[in-house]
Structure formats: C-alpha cells, structure tokens
Design a protein around this ligand. Structure first.
Ligand code: GDP
Ligand code: MG
Length: 177
C-alpha cells in the first residue's frame, strides 16, 4: 500500500453508465472539478476520478469511472463494472430513446456487478425544459419499479449534481458500515 491509500477509511468504485452524449463526462467534470464543456467529445473522458468526501467524520473516497465513449459501440467491458459498488445510470430528459435504453443498461450492470450495487437513476439536462421528452413522473415511476434512487440533474447549471453523487456514496457507506 502507499500512504494515500492507508489514510482512506473507505474506497468505493462507482461507474457512470448510459447512452452516448447523455452527459456522463460532464456530470463527473462538474462534480469533481466544477467544469463544464459545452461541446464535449468523448475524448474528455478520463478513466476514473477520485473524489474525497466526509461522512460521519470518516474519510470516504469515491473512485468514479467514466467511459471513453465505448458505449457508442455497446462495447463497455466487464472490467469497467468489476468491483463497482455504486452506479449512476444516466439518461437525457430531452431524448426519449436514452430513457428507453435504461433497461438494457440495468441488465448489463446486473450481469457484471454485485447484486447489491447501489444505483441512482439520473435524468440529466434538466435545464432543457423546453425540449423535454421524459417527464419527472416517468423517471420517478421507473426508479420505483426498479428500486433505484432518482434525481434530475443538470451538469450545465449544476443542479443536483453533487447531491446525486452523494446519495450513492452515503447509501453505500450505510450498507457497508
Ligand atoms: P457522455 O457521452 O454521456 O459522456 O456526454 P458528454 O458529457 O460528453 O455530453 C454530451 C453533450 O451534452 C455535450 O455537448 C455537453 O456539453 C452536453 N451536456 C452535458 N450535460 C448537459 C446538461 O446538463 N445540460 C445541457 N444543456 N447540455 C449538457
Ligand atoms: Mg463521455
């Protein structure tokens, strides 16, 4: 081990999944660095980003994994999911087809990771109200049906971004501690 690992009480792997261009990389950029890329390409994706949080006085480190755009080819590998204890399952509220893909992503997640993985369904781009194609009620209903947490977010205006990541990390912490 190194000193940095030694000082962490907990290290949780969390994966970002969902169709291409729903805003996964920008959610991570907003959360970890408070940055936003108006015209981002898949190249901005990092392998993972570590983020420290304080929960009940314990230092918790979330290792958040982002794809490098391979979801476009439905080629997210099992290595990406391996060891994940949390997931943000993201769709774009302005593109119905990304919401329709959620069941496929859930199946893939459950195939490759632990059954107890903590999942939050995230309807991103809540700032695009005028072109909304998926209602809040539909998002909530799907989350309830599947036993997931739910939140709408905007990486553009920052709303609920930190809350979405914290919800997952806190729940993992509650389960494991
Ligand atoms: P990824 O393929 O899921 O990683 O998606 P990206 O993070 O690369 O984002 C795809 C596009 O959507 C980019 O042009 C982003 O600027 C844009 N985008 C991401 N999040 C938001 C958001 O919350 N609101 C709006 N309006 N655009 C967003
Ligand atoms: Mg990306």
């Amino acid at each position: 081990y190194n000193e940095e690992e030694k000082s962490d009480d907990y290290l949780f792997k969390i994966v970002l999944i969902g169709d291409s261009a729903v805003g996964k990389s920008n959610l991570l950029a907003r959360y970890a660095r408070d940055e936003f890329y108006p015209n981002s390409k898949s190249t901005i994706g990092v392998e993972f980003q570590s983020q420290k949080m304080d929960i009940d006085g314990k230092e918790v480190k979330a290792q958040i994994w982002d794809t490098a755009g391979q979801e476009r080819f439905r080629a997210v590998t099992s290595a990406y999911y391996r060891g994940a204890v949390g997931a943000l399952l993201v769709y774009d509220i302005s593109r119905r087809q990304t919401f329709d893909s959620i069941h496929r992503w859930l199946n893939e997640l459950h195939t490759h990771s632990d059954m107890n993985v903590v999942i939050i369904l995230v309807g991103n781009k809540s700032d695009l109200k005028d072109v909304r194609e998926v209602s809040i009620a539909e998002g909530k209903a799907l989350a309830e049906e599947e036993g997931l947490f739910f939140m709408e977010t905007s990486a553009l205006d920052s709303s609920n971004v930190t809350a979405a990541f914290q919800t997952v990390v806190k729940e993992i912490y509650n389960i494991l501690s």
